[in-house]
Structures are given as C-alpha cells and as structure tokens.
Design a protein around this ligand. Structure first.
Ligand SMILES: *Cc1c(COP(=O)(O)O)cnc(C)c1O
Length: 380
C-alpha cells in the first residue's frame, strides 16, 4: 500500500453525533457550535480570545486588515516575513497592499532574528513569524525584538496546534496568532481556522469585519430575541464573509479531544525517525529548538539530489512532501530572490517524510530503507 505524507484520521462516529445536533436543531452556520468550539479552544490553549473562521488563510488576511486599520498603516508599508512558507502567509500581506520583505531562516527553518533585525526600515510595521512544522525556532527572540523595535507580531501558527513553550500553548506572546484546522493539519476539520488576538478590543472589531461589517451577527439576533429572529442591523464598513460554521466546528470539537494524544504519537514517530536516521550519511535532520514541545506537524530532512531521491520514493510508492518551495522562486515574489541564501539553499534540499496517525512503525522503517537506497543510488 502506498505511504503518503499526510492522511487525516477522523473519529467518525463521534463527529456524526456532534453534527447531528446541529442538523436536528436547524443551526449549521455561525454561532452555536462555533461558540462552543471557541470556548473549548480557549480552555485548551489558555489564550484570552479565540474566533473561529473559515480558514487560517482568511485569518491571516483578517489579522493584517484589522491591524492596518487600527494603527494607520499605509499602502506600501512593510511586513518582514519568511520566504519558506505556504503562500497564504505572504499573499495575506499583499491582500492589504503592504510589502512582504523577506528575511532569512535559521537551522530550524524559522525566521532568524539577526536577519529580521537587519531588514527593519522606517516603513516596517510588523513581523510575520511561521513556526514551521510546529517548531518555534527562535520565536522568543523575535518576540523580544518586536517589543524593542515597537513592531507588531503576527504568528502564523498553522502548524502549531499543541506546540508548547514553558508548558504553555504558544501564541499569547504575539499580537495575534492564527491556527489552521485544514484537513491535513494536527487538528483536522474540513477547512477552518482560529484567530486569537491578545487585545479583546481587536477581537471584537475582527468579528464585525469577518461577518460582512454587520454589527450584529445572526446568532446574537436570534438569541437576544428569545427565539424570534430580529432583522435590524447596521453596516459601517466593508467586511468579508470569513466566519466559520457549526458543521466544521462540530468536527473541531471532537478532534480537539484527541489533539494531545495525536501529538504524542507524532513525537513517537519523529523519535523513531531520529533513531533510524542517526547514523545515515548524507541526511541532515531538522531539529526542534530546545526548551519547547513541538506539535510535530512535520518531520523534515535535507538531502543532496533531492529531486532524484523524491523520484526514487515515488518509484517505491512512497509519497513524501516538500515544505516549502522558497516563495521568491515564484514570479510574484521575485523581488526577494537572492536576499535569503539559507532559505534558497534549503528549498532545493528539503523533504518532509510521511507523518500521520495512520502510519505504523513498520511504515517508518520502510521509508528509511527506501531513503537509504535513494541516497546510495545518487551519491558520488
Ligand atoms: C496550511 C497553512 C496555511 C493555510 O491554512 P488554511 O487553513 O488551509 O487556510 C497557512 N500557513 C501555513 C504555514 C500553512 O501550512
């Protein structure tokens, strides 16, 4: 059987029961289960605000939109960001007519604080940090740097559900953290995300923007009228339809119960890979930064002859991934080409080995055997 990089595992019976409650009640949209999921996410993470959305991507846009308006950023102002990420991260900056300025990555594949500092100009307003694979890298140094320089910090925490620093879920240190519950992430739904502002005022403003700029959401109107639907509302600004719905929230509520045990299994898998690869020449293992517990969304290695080795995997029905192609290789981000040598180099060497909750220890051993063959075949 083929071994894929990601295969989501759902607790189907429980999810269907949770969804049935929505269907029987006749409420599948914003409110009801979305409110319940937000409360449960706040309990789990200890973050002070949580707002359930249709995806992480819309959350990244919403974060920048709200910060831009609040702090009077101008078109052309700059956000320092990483080239080694999913394009959502950087598209979100462009949606608001701001400029992504690329800083280089460190050995954890996360933004290098020294490089970030060297890219700060009078137009810099914020830093966008991505915890690749759940790895916080030098995030705490970036938190300090942002404080010192008066910059906002946006955390793309798409991979970081369950990542802990000093025993606490990561996210509270940033002005805003955005999680992804897309189908292959650690907490899978269909598509959805959670935006967590440090400032409750911004959370409130974002809720209006995420619901078309309408000042009362449908659930408030329904509930405040004791079962009779109130039709009156006001619209003061252009908003977006970015909120999450109760069907996706139902999946999230169930899967949140299994997030911790899933992450424990992920750490077992990565420890097994570590031990199997420890003496293999020609493999660089991307390590997790010390002092944290990673969600281990990814297990990444670097090899020479990456493309040929990927083909060798395919020939053996193993389908690893690559996270990511350096975004400056895409024409729309070409302005950053040549400015981040470490990222440009890693982009040609990275492989994400299969990691998911249906993977067996024997699968991991097979993956490593095929990797070794591939390395042997192409090393000279
Ligand atoms: C998956 C992902 C996103 C986008 O998340 P969606 O919920 O699919 O919109 C953004 N950034 C990173 C790093 C991701 O891996």
């Amino acid at each position: 059987m083929a071994i894929n990089v990601f295969v989501p595992k759902f607790h189907t019976t429980e999810i269907l029961e949770e969804m049935r409650i929505c269907l029987d009640k006749g409420w599948t949209g914003l409110g009801f289960k979305t409110v319940e999921f937000e409360d449960k996410w706040k309990q789990y993470t200890d973050l002070s605000n949580a707002h359930f959305l249709a995806s992480n991507t819309v959350g990244l846009h919403l974060a920048i939109h709200v910060l831009k308006k609040k702090f009077g950023w101008k078109d052309g102002d700059e956000i320092i960001t990483t080239p080694l990420t999913f394009v959502s991260t950087n598209h979100a900056i462009l949606y608001e007519n701001l400029k992504p300025v690329f800083a280089d990555i460190d050995e954890y594949l996360c933004l290098d604080p020294k490089s970030v500092e060297s890219k700060i100009t009078s137009k810099t307003k914020a830093v966008m940090f991505v915890g690749i694979g759940g790895n916080p890298g030098r995030y705490l140094d970036i938190v300090e740097l942002c404080k010192k320089k008066g910059l906002k910090l946006i955390l793309d925490a798409a991979h970081m559900s369950g990542t802990k620093i000093n025993g606490k879920q990561v996210g509270a240190e940033a002005d805003v953290a955005i999680f992804s519950f897309q189908a292959v992430k650690n907490l899978p739904t269909s598509d959805s995300g959670m935006i967590c502002f440090a400032d409750s005022e911004l959370d409130k403003e974002a809720r209006v923007v995420a619901w078309m700029g309408i000042n009362k959401d449908t659930y408030q109107r329904f509930n405040n009228a004791k079962g009779s639907y109130k039709w009156k509302y006001n619209v003061d600004e252009i908003g977006f339809k970015y909120h999450g719905n109760s069907i996706a929230a139902s999946i999230g509520i169930v899967e949140l119960k299994y997030l911790e045990e899933g992450n424990v299994r992920r750490r077992e898998i990565t420890a097994l890979y570590d031990s199997l690869l420890k003496d293999v020449k020609g493999v660089e293992i991307i390590k997790v930064a010390p002092g944290c517990v990673s969600s281990r969304h990814l297990y990444q290695i670097c090899v020479k002859h990456r493309d040929e080795i990927m083909q060798h995997f395919y020939d053996n029905e193993i389908y690893p991934g690559v996270h990511y192609t350096d975004n400056t290789e895409y024409p729309m981000y070409a302005h950053g080409k040549g400015t981040c040598p470490n990222s440009h180099k890693k982009s040609d060497e990275l492989i994400t080995l299969p990691i998911h909750l249906n993977l067996t220890n024997d699968d991991c051993k097979k993956v490593v055997e095929v990797l070794k063959e591939g390395i042997k075949k192409y090393s000279n």
